[in-house]
Ligand binder design. Sequence first.
Ligand code: IFM
Length: 447
Amino acid sequence: MSAALPNGFRFSAATSAFQVEGARTADGRGRSIWDDFLERPGAIKDGSTADPACDSYRHPEADVSLAAGLGLDRYRFSIQWARVQPEGRGPANGTALDHYSRVVDALLDAGVTPLPTLYHWELPSAVEEDGGWLERDTASRFAEYADLVAERLGDRVRHWYTLNEPAMTTLQGYATGALAPGRQLLFGALPTVHHQLLAHARAAEVLRAHGSSHVGLVNNHTWVLPLHDTPEDHAAAHAYDIIHNRVFSEPLLGGGYPDLAALGLPDMPMLPGDLELIGGSVDFYGINFYNPTTVTVAAPGEPIPFDIVPTPGVPVTGFGPEWPIMPEALRDLLVDLRRRHPQLPPVIIGENGASFPEPDRAGRVEDADRIDYLAGHLSAVAEAIAQGVPVEEYTVWSLLDNWEWADGYTQRFGLVHVDFETGERTPKASYDWYRDVIARHRAEISR
Ligand code: IFM
């Protein structure tokens, strides 16, 4: 690594509930938008249903022991809202909370700090039927859900992510329809930005009232590059940067919304006091980073002013040109974020990782390409820290191969191979590599 990671730097790995748990109808769980979406013909590439996935609901101890075996400081997992409130409102399902309580205890017993995410994309269907994230009331319902979870787990859990990747919910869930709930509203999706930020801020208040000290949101950030060095492509890149990154980060980090009118977009559906509540509502800012995005100006008359195109001259992951590999883009976006926000709170890389074509059947995988990807991005983090960006933690996506949303089981991101027929888990070469990185870092700082 070209720059060192500082003393106290933390290492983590992540999963999310819908992607690993399976057991979609167990213990009175309600339906979520992903149960609805996966039933649409053709919505999921391989026609799979996320059940049993990794069967983690029935066997959480297998994941806890893999997390502990890595020597992680924290394990990022998520809680399904529709397990806790099957109808998206009303009293908690105690059996579901018992389950998550056991996961928390098992992690603590194994010496790993639990870092739950309250919402990793699976909105209860009943909430979507009432308008979902297009409705302001969803923010209040989310805060009620947060209260029920904190009431049960808050004696042991002090660190939380509220929402995962609100940008993907807006862009792919409500604007293009590539992910659940599959709505295609284009810029009509913009109110979902504000309602998610409001939901985060209200839940953060609730979690702090339960004694939590470390509450943040984690968003997907990309580093936007113009295809050509022309004013038109720079303008397209600027517009995409606002829509993907800055419309979320700026209000959260205290600057209010970027100038949407300058892009011909409507204002956010704000009420007095909203911006004050959202601004500064994070104790840390979480960034999920996978790839840069190259854009060019759209043809005249197109409803969207930018086209996303392959990034020239770089290698790609299992997704092909859609997911180019450029570790220095992570460094550049971190340094740029700090330049824009000199008072940036601590930053956590909440996800980083890559899928590559790998066998389905159980067996050791020598995933040198994943090790290169992770090592390159960890170096980029170290370089950003050396330039003054307060990054405190790095998280690999994912601990396990799992159900990759609309791509089903066709993309494997895990440090651990999962045979989805048998449930067998086999650590890959990248698991051993990450365990050694963590151990070496601890040995260096204790010297
Ligand atoms: O699997 C997803 C995860 O749920 C959210 N962030 C990106 C990952 C890879 O696509």
